[in-house]
Design a binder for this molecule. Sequence first.
Ligand code: ADP
Ligand code: MG
Length: 620
Amino acid sequence: MTHESRKPVSDKALFDTLHKVFGFHSFRPNQENIVRAILDGRDVFAVMPTGGGKSLCYQLPAVLLSGTCVVISPLIALMKDQVDGARANGIRAAYLNSSLSPEEQTAVQQELLSDSLDLLYVAPERFRLEHFQKLLGEVNISMAVVDEAHCISEWGHDFRPDYLSLSALVHLFPEVPVAAFTATATLKVQQDILHKLSLRNPLLVRASFDRSNLFYDIRFKENTNTQLVSILKSNPGKAGIIYRTSRKSVNETAALLKTKGFRALPYHAGLSDEERRRNQEAFIRDEADIIVATIAFGMGIDKSNIRFVIHADLPKSIESYYQETGRAGRDGEPARCTLLFSQSDIPKVRFFIDTIVDETERAKALATLQKVISFASTSVCRRKTLLDYFDETYPHDNCKSCDICLGTREVVDSTVEAQMLLSAIARTEERFGATHIVDIVTGSRNKKILDFGHDRLKTYGVGKGRSKKFWRQLIDELLAQKVIAKSEGLYPALYLLEKAVPVLKGEKKLEIVRVQEPKKTKTSKAEEEGSCDHNLFDLLRSLRKEIADEQNIPPYIVFSDRSLRDMATVYPVTGEAMLSVSGVGEVKLERYGRRFLQLIGRYREEHPESASAHEKQSSP
Ligand code: ADP
Ligand code: MG
């Protein structure tokens, strides 16, 4: 095979394809650069967050270039989803993997050999095979893509040995661009991927990790079940994930929600393969609204219309919290991430950490936990803290989309209370942990206090007037403000840092920011953008589900939530108006447009007031 010489692609062809095939009106950040680099024949390595729109970066060139784009992808479920999605847009796409019968595999190979595929998805296990590489040698390959490229790195969290064979890509295709994409790459993983793939002077893209459509909210966990029910009631019929740490709590929560009338299903590694598959499928197909799951759930889920993720227990790390909440709002529509946080969840995690034998591993686990606690218990913008974790500085003072930034804050002078704690720590020679220090200031008469004679300390009982919870929170705050620190090891003791001295001497005030729960009436930036005619939206959603079932594909492949919301905002009644809706390209218009137009037309007749209100608003 010789590769055809590259024909330059005009701007018009680029934007026409974006519009007509994908139904999009503009590129998301970085997409255009990447697409142009690939069209110029250049290798690409791009780190973009979940929902950043990585697929378009190679699917668009795949449509424009002659020949087939080979995509190496790690999971059968992901391949199927991508192929269903591409086909719904009229792109000639197929996958080759073990889920196909021998006859089906032959048919796909036939399509490949007759140059009738724009996209071919394969697993690394297949790519490795000599006869498969030989087959690729016989056809016209336009480009090669490594999706979920972190799988190639031993430093990544889901390393796949078969991905190592991908180092052959640049030799196998010396003349076509190779593009690698991932959502999770620390700088170390990034270096490793670049090294292993030996990309040739690639365009390097590191997008912002900010997911601006996600609202972050941390609430004090008091009564988990009541709080969950109340959150679900305010999100009727929306798709969401509730994460819990144990299988037992997953089962209990799912059962409780079912008795309350919610369409909720459990998911954890203790269920049979069959039941897990069934529950996941029901969720993907909008037949169950809620999945209650351990962290076993999520990999390989491309469902774009997840509207909320709730962590009912402490997440394992900031990184996993980011990944798990990241599954919400892939379609760019507003979504809510709520963490129910309680100090009383900490000992459970500590208990497991304490069983780690290896000392460095244990210290690492403790530091990870401490970061989660300080994320949940300080009053810094959630978005800022998350991005900080990825060494990214959030450029704004107020993100307008987290509980901190939307809450009413009051600054409280807590110098006197802080002095009580600091003095108790100092007078017990920095040898005791938080529980004991709180026992001292609250004047507890437990055995440990009496044994040590701590009831004779000057600070004993000075803080009786306030609850233990108050003092625990103040300790968290002092830890977060780096006034005190905690020693490592099995029984961590609190000790004073430099900043404690001026506070103790009364030379410096200690202020804490208290946040009142945001009022119901306040809507976040993300939510404001999400308004539309909800009655129509629900009708459109039912029609989407009906069509999805007829075609045996997930509803979000038919149209995204974004597309439906656009329709429920502009009330299109002509094909042309329909094409202005985000995500409606020519093929989808032809396939599904008529039924949606009919529904909207009928709705407008029955509700003339709603559509005319819209027209008044949008006319100049
Ligand atoms: P990633 O693989 O980066 O997680 P996807 O490629 O699955 O993200 O895209 C996420 C969602 O964003 C999809 O629903 C996709 O249709 C949508 N999308 C991608 N590019 C655009 C765009 N330019 N305009 C509007 N929506 C887009
Ligand atoms: Mg992807």
